[in-house]
Design a protein around this ligand. Structure first.
Ligand code: GLU
Length: 478
């Protein structure tokens, strides 16, 4: 049977990093099995769904490179793929459940329900709905209608039974129906609840595997009951353990960025995020950490999905992103870096210089936004040495000797490049007897104002002979 999986975001905010992980795992599984990845927008909550978030989520998914086979914008056999366009379908299936005695109108008001909830809590019960509306007489019903009450529809949970399902990640899970109250499937405004709409859609869209975060485990028994009552084939469930922050509490804003677009803006590459987020719940047999998308697709397997919660290690993500930035096509990183340079007011017209700057500075960064700071030395008008150690260092006798010697040799050449820079350094070392840190650091400070930075010979090449000459002269007279 063909694998059909879905990612079903609710457009109530930006795409959360945890949901992005869910999307990625679904997508990897679909691609691994040559199946279909379906995108469905769960926008039935009119108060919380925002149109702009739909566009944003689609954009985020596209940016990650997760292409869907059916869904908004491209359609498919089981559309429409926005729940707000499927209301008639839910109404039809709710009617079917009513006709078959598996659902009933509930006229209770919010106040009455609140009262009921209090009473059942006082008795120490888990489920609170007392089934008043299951047993209404015709008179009572007429009375409610006359009062203008609009009914919701409740599902009639079978008595004294057990819901058992086998979760691919968590194993067998069992729930007693006595702990599940008759729940609302259609609100009085004719809008389905999440549990109902999800089951109708997963059934009609022939979803074979429901892969989602384990915060949905508690919804699953209700959904299983609905599958059974609707006569849909049950998908397999895979509930993925949640993501924790470094302090082992649920990942939240306190720990750092939580929405995918924040990561994009900071300059994480999509393939780094895919790699990192995949490894949060899964590991490769080989133990390799850097895995191309091709390998992730080839190797993805539920056998290796972890049963315990994953910790979001920001340092590891940064390290990984740095690796991807360095190994990516230079042209691509140049284009991305230009966005940050422009925002910082750096001129980007000189293509070949920008290329050189990006090539040398990308070695020093883990996120693309850091390139602005590392590359500042190439755009600053004037050098100010802030660090007192640096100030002291250039005033040392040995440093001044190095500057004089370097300057003389620099004046002898026409064009400075990384190779003859290294040659000059060698002969400065010979001439002055100064070496190692005492040789290189003063020059770095003289040229950039800083004690650390991108590779010095390349930096000097980008500056060019004249600028280097001028900067060293200044360091001499300081
Ligand atoms: N719209 C739900 C959510 O975003 C989907 C849950 C599911 O995958 O069933 O949490």
């Amino acid at each position: 049977m063909e694998t059909r999986v879905r990612f079903a975001p609710s457009p109530t905010g930006h795409l959360h990093i945890g949901n992005a992980r869910t999307a990625i795992l679904n997508w990897l599984f679909a691609r691994h099995t040559n199946g279909k990845f379906i995108l469905r927008i769960e926008d039935t909550d009119p108060e919380r769904s925002v149109e702009e978030y739909i566009d944003q989520i689609l954009q985020d998914l596209r940016w990650l490179g997760l292409t869907w086979d059916e869904g908004p914008e491209i359609g498919g056999e089981c559309g429409p793929y926005r729940q707000s366009e499927r209301l008639e379908i839910y109404q039809r299936y709710a009617q079917k459940l009513m006709d078959e005695g598996n659902a009933y109108f509930c006229y209770c008001t919010p106040e009455e329900l609140e009262q009921m909830r209090k009473e059942s809590h006082a008795r120490g019960e888990a489920g609170f709905y007392n089934r008043r509306c299951l047993h209404l007489t015709d008179e009572e019903r007429q009375q409610f209608i006359a009062e203008g009450r609009k009914p919701a529809i409740r599902f009639k949970v079978p008595d004294n039974s057990e819901v058992i399902f086998n979760d691919i990640v968590k194993g067998e899970l069992r729930f007693e129906t006595e702990n599940i109250s008759d729940f609302v499937i259609m609100r009085s405004e004719g809008i389905p609840t999440y549990n109902f709409a999800a089951v109708v859609d997963d059934g009609l869209m022939k979803i074979s595997h429901v892969i989602r975060g384990d915060d949905h485990v508690s919804n699953t028994p209700r959904q299983v009951l609905l599958y059974q009552a609707l006569g849909f084939e049950m998908p397999q469930f895979a509930h993925i353990p949640m993501i924790l922050g470094p302090d082992r509490t649920r990942l939240s804003k306190r720990h750092g960025a939580t929405s995918l677009d924040q990561y994009r803006l900071k300059g994480y590459l999509p393939e780094a995020l895919i790699n990192f987020l995949s490894l949060l719940s899964w590991s490769s047999k080989t133990g390799d950490e850097i895995l191309s998308i091709k390998r992730l697709i080839e190797e993805f397997d539920f056998e290796r999905v972890s049963k315990s919660a994953a910790m979001f290690d920001f340092e590891k993500l940064n390290w990984m992103n740095g690796q991807y930035i360095r190994s990516a096509d230079l042209e691509r990183i140049v284009e991305l870096a230009k966005l940050y340079f422009r925002a910082a007011g750096y001129p980007v017209e000189d293509e070949s210089t920008i290329q050189k700057i990006v090539a040398v500075t990308r070695e020093k960064i883990e996120t693309l936004d850091q390139i602005v700071d590392v590359a500042r030395i190439f755009f600053q008008e004037k050098i100010t040495i802030k660090d007192t150690n640096a100030k002291e260092m250039i005033r040392l006798d040995s440093s001044q000797k190095v500057f004089w010697s370097f300057l003389r040799k620099l004046r002898e050449i026409d064009v400075l490049d990384r190779e003859n820079f290294k040659e000059i350094m060698k002969s400065v070392q010979k001439e002055t007897g100064v070496m190692g840190k005492n040789l290189w650091m003063p020059l770095r400070i003289a040229l950039t104002g800083q004690m650390h930075g991108p590779e010095l010979p390349v930096t000097a090449e980008i500056f060019g002979k004249e600028k280097c000459e001028m900067l060293i002269e200044r360091a001499i007279f300081k």
